[in-house]
Design a protein around this ligand. Sequence first.
Ligand code: AMP
Ligand code: ZN
Length: 472
Amino acid sequence: MLKLFNTLSKQLEEFKPLEAGKVSMYTCGPTVYWNAHIGNFRAYVFEDVLVRLLDFEGFEVKRVLNITDVGHLTDDADEGEDKMVKAARREGKTVWDIADLYLKKFVEDSSKLNIRLPEKPYLCRATDHIEQQIELIKILMDKGFGYKTSDGIYFDTSKFQDYGKLSGQKSEDKEEGARVEANPEKRNKTDFALWKFSYQNGRSFDSAQDDSSKKRQMEWKSPWGVGFPGWHAECSAMAHEYLGQPFDIHCGGVDHIAVHHENEIAQSEAAYGTKMANYWLHNEFLTVDGQKMSKSIGNVYTLDELAEKGFEPLSLRLFYFGANYRQIQNFTFEALQASQNALHKLRNIARELEVDGTVLADVEADFLAALNDDLNTPKALAVVWKLLDSENSTQDKGATLLALDRVLALSLDGYVGKRVVVPDEIQALMDKRMQAREEKNWLDSDKLRAEIESRGWTIEDTKEGQRAVPKH
Ligand code: AMP
Ligand code: ZN
């Protein structure tokens, strides 16, 4: 029985899908103005494990992941500078090029982490769904939830009775974005933009420096004026388009609870008159020295930066499994190195196993019991290590490891049963080393070891003599 912690009820709940055997799921995706960092990827790996677990347990999963490519403003309060425009200026490109570039990079990085992304149309770009967003805003206007100000159309949160139900905060208690002055035309502090106009009093919103005659690079016609949708509109509109309402599970990071998800709920439930989603799951932050890893603090790493330091993406995937998704996880290079060592050890053990055994039902049951307990990945990993240490046959261990790796996705199928064949040139170096050791020529022996290591192999001296093990 799968139990998940639901932010809506603040409790562990048994997962009951709306339709037997099927799961509909919406996951908030990246804003494609820069490379996703390894804090962001913590969220996507957690969601990937959930999808793979559901799939393993026989559910048919329909998952939507949105790509935020409309330039939104740099803070949650609908003010500040447009992130996409800022990136375009930085890189001397158009905002459309920026979106394409970083979407491509996101797909590549996700694939390196063995994250299974949805296919089109479920991997959906906000700019491809402007019509649906306008439709949503029209419904909200017709139902009296929206109002017009000089810079856009806003949602009146005081009209939505349940406002604050996800975060448990009341509208009056909530802070407007701290870095900006309150917008005097807003009726309530928590009201948020549904649609923003490109121009206000002749001034472009592209940036403060822009000449008012310049057009915004991304703008669309709407019944209320030329402009662009508010950030939250895309998720409500696209979730409704592809999943209907209600759907089963909505995921994202904890930073989305108080504003983004609260506002998604307000829009969707006010417009369509039903609950938006039954289960709301939120992952905690990846931190560095106790601070959230974030672009604005500047303490971020990307997969490319880790690769430059010699770390494989799958070592990071294994690192994430070391903490439950609801715990804060602190990132250090020492911890990542330990995960990389563990991954290499796992591969070397896998090479000694065979593929043609029987999946051990009790081990699989223990593994699933751990993950069914709100995705307890540390416990699930402990089950894997215990299996490898056990006295079961190499065939059964191999078959079981492969089965569990359908959820872990550490690419162990490339290793199980693939016995190591030492290439001739490595064998020749090893023979020379053996000879040097017989002659007690330790200097040469060490040099030869270093040479072998530089070619990707480590030497273990065992009772039976030396043995070459691939480093990875
Ligand atoms: P954003 O592009 O900022 O909307 O973030 C994309 C996803 O990554 C969201 O689900 C965020 O909640 C999540 N996220 C951002 N920073 C972190 C972090 N340091 N640790 C974990 N998740 C994060
Ligand atoms: Zn969203």
